[in-house]
Each structure stands twice: as C-alpha cells, then as structure tokens.
Design a protein. Structure first.
Length: 308
C-alpha cells in the first residue's frame, strides 16, 4: 500500500539563508503513530508546516495520499488536522463557535453532533458557551485539539501537544489519540518528552540540524541501540581491575566500589553467568546486583550527541 505521506528530498532554506531542512526522506503509513524527536531548532515545526501546506518547500516534494501538498493544496489540507503550539484564535469567540468555524474553514458542512462529540471527548462540553479568554491555559490547549479534529481529518499533527499541560490533560489527550488511531487516523507528533514517544509511538524519527538521523520501529530501535548494563556493588573496594578483565565491557566505578558491565543482549545469560564465575575465581565479591536497560532517552542523547 502506498504511504499516506511521502516526503521526498525535502529541503527548506529560509529567506535569511538558513538551511532548516537538508534533504528529508520519510514515508508514513496509514494508521501509524510516528513521534518526531529532536532538540530545539532541529526542524520539526518546519517539516510539519510544509506537510500541512502552511510553508513552502525550497526543494523536493511532499505527497499526501498521492496529492502534491503545493499543487493540490485544497485536497491535502482538508485531510490534515494540525494542533499548533500556540492558540491564535479570536479570544472573544465561544468554544463551540470557534470549533464549528474551524470545520467550515476546511470546507465541510456544519455538523453540530460531531462538534459535540469532539468537545465531550476533550472534557470541554461544559465550557462550550465560554469565550476563549475565559479559559485556563490547559483548556485552550484542548480547544486547539478540538479545532484540529473538527473536520474529521485522516492525518493529525500534534506539535508538542503536552508541553506545559497537566497530568489529566495529558491522559485525556493520549486517550483521544488512541481512539483516533483505532479509527484509522494517522498521527504524527513532535515532542521533547521522550517517555511520551516511548509510551505511545509505533515508530520514532530523530531529527537534528535539519537532517533525519533515523526512523525506526520503536521496539527495533530499542533492541538495536539500547544497551543493557549489569551493576555490581562490591563488598570490598577494588584499587584496580585485574588485567584478565580488560577490554570486555567491564568498568570500575564509584571509588572502586562498583563494577558495571555492558552486555550483549543476544547472549546475555551465558555471558553474565561466565562473568560472575570468573569474578568469584578472582576473589571479587558483590553485595548487590542490579540491571539497567537504556531508555529511548539514552539512545536519543547518544544519537544527537554523535551527530553534532
Ligand atoms: N522564518 C524563519 N526564518 C529563518 N529561520 C527560521 C525561520 N523559522 C525557523 N527558522 C530556523 O529554522 C530552524 C528550525 O526551526 P523549527 O521551528 O523547525 O525547529 P523545531 O525543531 O520545531 O524546534 P522547537 O523544538 O524549538 O520548536 C531553527 O534554527 C530556526 O531558528
């Protein structure tokens, strides 16, 4: 099946000469949740803006359901919902009208029942007659999401959706995202919260300095780049590691009180058993043993660090 979004050799150079995107290639399948991770200024918003048709590419092209986002702007824009980082709507309009109006802007016929469903899902129904300026910051974020869902999009972009929102809203939001995915909506989100990507995404893309460093299935990424560590707290400090352990991933830390061992996940049982036996033979004993697996955050920091 053709991807629902196909980004091909996409470049963006801003008017001041800044190269924000340097040849991005990315396919997104229908119904997946893709998280784009990247530090500030990586190019995430620029990429999303071009796919959504609100910024022009300098080179390359983007197809959404086989339509070019520049040439076929009307067709693609109607398929996409965008939750931007900030609210820019009229503060004196009511919640219900703002969301209904947004549906009309996308060329869809009025559908109060759909608007009600969206507002209820986002716990905004009891605020439907409030003006936007009467809402809290978190509620305004909910309105942004409601607007993006007002025209029943096939693809939803969430640009840092949970920056500065409370736990309840975050949970509501992920609940809505899960339901949307179940109904076949494709979701692309940018985030600085790596745990969030770890929790919710099917695939993770890492972008830095205008380049897409990788896009991988989340589980495969963790398996490929994730490290496992065994930590041994020693009964007696060691002044140095015996030579026979040199070069096998064992490190002496914490003033000689701790040994850490990076081990091979494919062959872990055997290598750990062998190591523990060898330590005992060398009279090195431990009082506590624990393991640690690298998180997506560790992987991300390592990748971005390496690409600098
Ligand atoms: N209109 C513009 N003119 C010149 N440079 C711009 C413009 N808009 C963005 N940039 C630059 O392009 C780069 C990418 O910006 P972008 O907003 O896409 O990053 P981002 O990954 O979304 O960052 P953040 O996580 O901070 O939102 C940044 O260095 C930014 O300063």
């Amino acid at each position: 099946m053709a991807p629902i979004i196909s980004v091909q050799n996409l470049t963006k150079t801003y008017a001041n000469g800044f190269e924000a995107l340097k040849g991005i290639n990315l396919d997104v399948e229908k119904g997946e949740i893709l998280a784009l991770l990247g530090p500030n200024g990586a190019g995430k918003t620029t990429l999303i803006s071009i796919i959504c048709g609100i910024a022009n590419p300098s080179g390359g092209r983007v197809l959404v359901a086989d339509h070019d986002v520049v040439k076929d702007f009307r067709a693609t824009r109607g398929m996409i919902g965008l939750v931007p980082q900030e609210l820019t709507t009229d503060q004196f309009e009511t919640v219900f009208n703002t969301v209904s109006f947004s549906r009309g802007l996308h060329g869809k016929k009025a559908n109060p029942a759909h608007i009600e469903k969206v507002l209820r899902a986002l716990s905004l129904w009891d605020k439907k007659d409030n003006m936007l300026r009467q809402l809290s910051g978190g509620m305004k974020r909910r309105v942004l999401i409601a607007k993006a869902l007002s025209h029943e999009p096939d693809i939803l972009f969430l640009d840092e959706p949970t920056a500065g929102v409370d736990v309840t809203l975050r949970k509501d939001m992920w609940h809505v995202v899960e339901e949307l995915r179940a109904s076949g909506v494709t979701i692309i989100l940018t985030t600085h919260y790596i745990e969030e990507a770890e929790e919710i995404a099917d695939r993770v893309g890492v972008i830095n300095g205008g380049e897409l460093l990788l896009v991988e299935d989340k589980a495969a990424l963790m398996a490929k780049l994730g490290r496992k560590q065994l930590i041994l707290d020693l009964t007696e400090p060691l002044s140095r590691l015996p030579d026979c352990f040199a070069g096998n991933g064992l490190t002496l830390e914490a003033d000689g009180n701790r040994l850490t061992y990076d081990f091979d996940t494919d062959n872990e049982q055997e290598s750990i058993a062998a190591l523990l036996t060898r330590l005992g033979e060398n009279n090195i004993h431990f009082k506590d043993l624990s393991t640690r697996q690298s998180s997506l955050e560790d992987i991300f920091v390592a990748l971005v660090g390496a690409s600098k």
